[in-house]
Ligand binder design. Structure first.
Ligand code: PLP
Ligand code: COI
Length: 345
């Protein structure tokens, strides 16, 4: 077996990268139906060089995490929501939908098979789960593939943004759009991330943690970051963009419910850039980002700059973070019924 036998990490130093694990799980869609689940120890995929995923971007992915709790149990966070979003992406780019039960079953399988890679509790590290659905059939004309591969791999990860739950600076990019109002921004397809690579590199080169996009049509409203949603907080109100070009974040959706349960008001509406000046706290949120509090957002093209708090995460961000993390790690009651315990690890 092609295993990673040298794996012996310093969990406190692990970054957000790819580390080979023991197994991945796969399932093909051929002749209109899903086949048997296969377990593979090969990290490579064998496919036609004419596959639609390679030429026409017929691919969808998801991002989840498995959390090793203080009680030793391993929890998944709302995997059925990721299944539903992948189904929505499939409808968006004409791929077959992976049924929720198959999606969740394969997720649990791949986590169990790679249990030795699940970081222990207390290091802020998790096992990142990456489901991937790709068109593998050879099709040179621009049309959907006749065959698909759904697979899931896992890899242990640390924080996505520098410092984890520590404030960071972001910039607004006006040079690039991530997605059009009626484009694929609401789907989790690779093309959106290809569209973000230059803006993201330029932001990093200038010392920022990442980039925020404005709505592509009017260049007026905050959309989201390259890999996370945005929220701002003022007057005990959690405010997050409504837009047809952003990914519907499961973390954000959960934070909205937590915010309400903590007594906050919630508004989901377009956020004009100038309103940033009025927020007491701001953050980026997502599976990889968790909550990354923001200390400053610069708009280098206009010279405007917006600061939040005093360089430390704000009080509401901290409460939201603690509640979300607590549910994910099993130190807070799962009052919304969001976690699934992976049995037998
Ligand atoms: N927005 C983008 C562009 C993302 O890539 C992600 C990550 O998945 C998110 C938002 C956050 O979504 P979620 O909270 O479901 O991980
Ligand atoms: C996630 O939060 O899971 C993401 O997909 C973000 C990124 C690594 C693409």
């Amino acid at each position: 077996m092609n295993t990673n036998n040298d794996f012996n990490p310093d969990w406190s130093k692990i970054g957000f990268g790819y580390i080979k694990t023991d197994y991945n799980v796969r399932c093909y869609h051929r002749n209109g139906k899903w086949g048997e689940i296969e377990i593979s120890s090969d990290e490579n995929i064998n496919m036609s060089m004419a596959a639609t995923c390679l030429h026409y971007g017929q691919e969808a992915f998801e991002g989840m995490k498995a959390y090793r709790g203080k009680d030793g149990k391993v929890r998944l966070f709302r995997p059925e929501e990721n299944a539903a979003r992948m189904q929505s992406t499939s409808r968006g780019i004409l791929m077959p939908e992976v049924p929720t039960d198959l999606f969740v079953k394969m997720t649990e399988m791949v986590v169990k098979l790679n249990a030795r890679f699940i970081p222990p509790y207390g290091y802020g590290a998790t096992l990142y789960i990456r489901p991937l659905l790709i068109g593998v059939g050879p099709t040179v004309g621009v049309k959907p593939s006749p065959e698909y591969l759904f697979m899931i791999f896992v890899t242990p990860v640390g924080p996505y943004f520098k410092g984890g739950f520590a404030t960071g600076d972001f910039m607004i990019t006006r040079k690039y759009d991530r997605s059009a109002p009626l484009g694929t921004g609401i789907y989790k397809v690779g093309g959106n991330y290809a569209a973000s690579l230059r803006a993201n590199k330029e932001a990093h080169d200038l010392g920022y943690n990442g980039e925020f996009y404005l709505d592509a049509k009017e260049k007026k409203y905050i959309d989201e970051a390259g890999a996370a949603n945005f929220f701002g907080i003022k007057n005990d109100t959690y405010i997050t963009p409504q837009s047809t070009s952003i990914l519907p974040s499961i973390t954000n959706k959960s934070l909205i419910q937590i915010a309400e349960s903590l007594g906050m008001k919630v508004e989901r509406r377009p956020i004009p850039e100038e309103e940033l000046a009025t927020f007491e706290e701001a953050g980026a949120c997502g599976t990889a980002a968790v909550i990354s509090p923001i200390s400053r957002i610069d708009d280098p093209e206009t010279g405007k700059s917006y600061t939040f708090g005093n360089g430390k995460p704000g009080p509401w961000s901290e409460k939201l973070y603690n509640k979300l993390r607590g549910i994910q790690y099993g130190t807070e009651p799962d009052e919304f019924g969001w976690t699934t315990i992976v049995e037998g690890i």
